[in-house]
Write a protein that binds this ligand. Structure first.
Ligand code: PEP
Ligand code: MN
Length: 356
């Protein structure tokens, strides 16, 4: 047993089911190291352009059944519409996941939910392609309304226009938002679709553990070099073992009284500082109101680029000297400045009551 693994879920297997041998060899490699894992394989593949490998379809469900019979792993695949959900039910899979391109579409999610109504499948719901926690919650609610079994959230990152090191930007905050909207929901991290490339997998897997996720989805292929889809991000079952070997365990809570006591002391300090921050913010925003009144009276434009540049440069300089991350300072002051502009806009554009 890998130390980081206690009480966690692992969903591992190839991006796509390609052949009976590829599916079985990969599953056996996984089962040898992680007998408690779920085995995943895409049977219908949502591809960006036609002509790429679009999956084997229904016949591959039999290969998954063979995996279940031979290895004892639980089997799960993606269902993106009523037809696919029916086929999964008929084949007797243990679970289905709703893909990112399906979660965005409430019609499709409802269609899948209606087919699964009353069944005992475990359903895992990926986040939608864009960072919308509410849409993600809506999909989970539709499924929860239909099945009595557990619904698990999968965080697979979000499409981003910026070029980043990730294939899909994690935007951890969106996942935190879902976890706070749906207390108690288990969430796993699909490190493969976030990373998009093998070298990033380890750090994303560790981050998920640091952030107290309930497990991981990892695309695993007996021979990633020849994979028919997502070959850059897949690893072998052996590499999957190495990845877990290298993870630093994290515990959900500190359980010795001394650490708990110390944590409480520091948390109290933080609570007091947060109160002070709120009062300071309120004081700062009250000056935005005064400035708004003056600008209204003198008909001065609200946004002053030189002033904004001065604030950003100064805060960056002073923040760096204090050892605070410049990106954080920048985002914080963008938020504060946005609110200041909004307040001034409200004041400047307030309609005076016309006396006729
Ligand atoms: C997948 O898991 O292979 C897949 C297609 O994922 P996503 O829906 O996250 O793009
Ligand atoms: Mn994939």
């Amino acid at each position: 047993m890998f130390p980081a693994f206690k009480d966690k879920l692992l969903v591992a297997g190839p991006c796509s089911a390609e052949s009976p041998a590829q599916v079985m060899h990969t599953a056996q490699g996984i089962a040898a190291r992680f007998p408690q894992a779920w085995f995943r394989a895409g049977v219908w593949k949502p591809r960006t352009r036609p002509g790429s490998f679009e999956g084997i379809g229904e016949p591959a469900l039999d290969w998954l059944k063979d995996v279940k019979n031979k290895t004892g792993l639980r089997i799960i695949t993606e269902a993106a519409n009523a037809y696919q959900a029916e086929a999964c039910l008929k084949a007797g899979v243990d679970g289905v996941w709703i893909g990112a391109r399906t979660t965005v579409n409430p019609f499709l999610v409802q269609e899948v939910a209606d087919v699964l109504r009353g069944s005992h499948l475990t359903v895992m719901v990926k986040n939608p392609i864009h960072p919308d926690a509410d849409l993600w919650r809506g999909a989970i609610e539709r499924i929860r309304d239909a099945v009595s079994t557990e619904v698990i959230a999968i965080h697979r990152g979000f499409h981003s226009f910026e070029t980043t090191e990730f294939r899909n930007h994690p935007r951890w905050q969106v996942a935190f938002e879902l976890r706070s909207m749906m207390p108690g929901i288990r969430m796993i991290c699909d490190i493969s679709h976030i990373a998009g490339a093998r070298p990033l997998l380890q750090s994303v897997a560790q981050e998920a553990l640091d952030l107290n996720y309930d497990g991981w989805m990892v695309e695993t292929h007996e021979n990633p070099e020849v994979a028919l889809s997502d070959k850059m991000q897949q690893i072998t079952p052996h590499q999957l073992g190495d990845l877990f070997e290298a993870l630093q365990p994290r515990f959900s809570v500190a359980d010795d009284p001394q650490s708990l006591h110390q944590l409480n002391i520091w948390r109290n300090e933080i609570d007091q500082l947060d109160d002070e921050l709120l009062h300071l913010l309120q004081k700062r925003l009250s000056y935005s109101e005064k400035i708004g009144e003056l600008k209204k009276e003198k008909q001065v434009s609200i946004f002053q680029p030189d002033r904004w540049k001065y604030i950003l440069d100064e805060m960056n300089r002073k923040g760096s000297a204090l050892g605070i991350n410049p990106g954080f300072i920048r985002n914080l002051f963008i938020q504060i400045h946005d609110e200041s502009i909004r307040i001034q806009g409200e004041i400047v554009n307030k309609e005076e009551k016309k006396v006729l």
